[in-house]
Design a protein around this ligand. Structure first.
Ligand SMILES: [Zn+2]
Length: 406
């Protein structure tokens, strides 16, 4: 994020537990459970007086709120405090190749309002981001919140992104976007922190945060016109050295050895198992299909060639994932993207090969499931990216809002 607040908090001195700042206290309360000062003192090892100081700072920032009183045996009942998700809001934008979706969420990722439209990313950054700003502000008006309530804006783009700077890097389907400073352009219009990532990472984040928070190691597969993978490792998005982690579409599969891929190689997963590849294959078999969505429609209407090819695509994806399972040992693989809407055939093919090919230890507790968050996963995830960044304990303790807290 480019808000200049990423400096680590100053080392604290004092009693045991003093390293547990207000940010860490908030982290405990983000599960939504109301707790008393005594409970928080017991959980953190902080002195009661220290807990009281940190609670006061969080109350002043509006991030927690009193939640009434607990039952007590005589005397004044102790007050309880809980996370206040309504304190601030986040705006998430999922900008796809031809479609855009915006969501305003509270700090718990609950969607307050959404909007979407057909929008061609090839119109270039200014036109697309102007649309995002205009409709983002309209959504804020719809939920009755001023832009000053925004914790930040998260944006997902359908191509490689340098996450630290928020710039797209040689995006194949995004003319005019290469190197464009997305955060700076948006901040000039709405002066709040702006973060950018690729669409698959924000979908993985949205899906993890809303549907599978108990799984710490998650692979999210987006099977659509192309094939990509978002990686959640130890609860965090894993981007790799250059932000290219999870780019599984150009890993080789045996069946594709003589098939040319748009990347210049032969044998890529995407060349045989993507929505675009299946559509080409169907058309060659005399079943006309223009793209991923046609494939889904054909499969849903029971077209045998379409069902057969979707199932085989699942097996091909499973072949690549079988190696990833041995290598990464995920606790869950979530299958999403438009092809996943074709029914159970894609996931059945994935399961078939992974359980056959991965090591028993890696698959013993492995879950393979269909995505749950639906079409808004990317927009929600873009907002969650901002929330997780801003509410990170170190960043929160360093922020001016909680600066007075000792
Ligand atoms: Zn390729």
């Amino acid at each position: 994020m480019t808000d200049g607040s990423a400096a680590p908090s100053a080392p604290r001195r004092g009693a045991p537990g003093a390293s547990v700042g207000a940010g860490a206290l908030l982290q405990l309360l983000r599960d939504g459970t109301p707790r008393t000062r005594s409970e928080l003192a017991a959980l953190t090892g902080l002195a009661r007086s220290t807990v009281t100081g940190r609670i006061d700072a969080l109350l002043a920032a509006g991030l927690i709120a009193p939640t009434g009183e607990t039952a007590s045996t005589g005397g004044r009942p102790p007050a309880t405090f809980a996370f206040n998700p309504a304190a601030r809001i986040a705006l998430g934008a999922d900008l796809g190749a031809t479609h855009a979706r915006l969501a305003v969420t509270d700090l718990a990722g609950n969607v307050l309002a959404v909007t979407n439209a057909d929008l061609d990313i090839a119109l270039g950054p200014k036109a697309v981001l102007d649309w995002t700003v205009e409709h983002g502000l309209a959504l804020l008006a719809e939920v009755g919140r001023p832009a000053t309530d925004l914790l930040g804006i998260g944006i997902g783009l359908p191509g490689p992104v340098e996450h630290d700077t928020g710039r797209a890097v040689n995006p194949p389907i995004m003319p005019g976007w290469d190197g464009f400073d997305v955060p700076a352009y948006v901040r000039e219009r709405i002066p709040v922190p702006v973060m950018v990532d690729n669409d698959v990472n924000i979908m993985a984040l949205g899906e993890h945060f809303t549907a599978w928070p108990e799984y710490q190691h998650l692979l999210f597969i987006k099977a659509a016109t192309g094939i990509g993978c978002g990686i959640i490792a130890a609860g965090q998005v894993y981007r790799g050295a250059q932000g290219a982690a999870g780019d599984m579409g150009h890993i080789r599969v045996a069946r594709a050895d003589d098939v040319h891929c748009r990347c210049g190689n032969t044998g890529c997963l995407e060349a045989v198992a993507s929505g675009a590849a299946i559509a080409r294959n169907l058309t060659a078999q005399g079943v006309p299909a223009g793209g991923s969505l046609d494939v889904v429609e054909l499969a849903r209407s029971g077209s045998v060639p379409a069902l057969r090819l979707v199932r085989q695509a699942g097996r091909d994806i499973g072949e690549v994932l079988a190696g990833a399972v041995n290598f990464f040992n995920p606790s869950i693989i979530v299958i999403g993207g438009s092809l996943a809407l074709a029914g159970d055939h894609l996931i059945a093919g994935v399961r078939e090969v992974i359980y056959q090919r991965s090591l028993p230890l890696a698959t013993r507790h492995l879950r393979i499931a269909a995505a749950r968050t639906g079409e808004s996963s990317g927009a929600i995830g873009a907002g969650v990216m901002v929330i997780e960044h801003a509410l990170h304990p170190d960043r929160l303790d360093a922020s001016t809002e909680l600066k007075t807290n000792g």
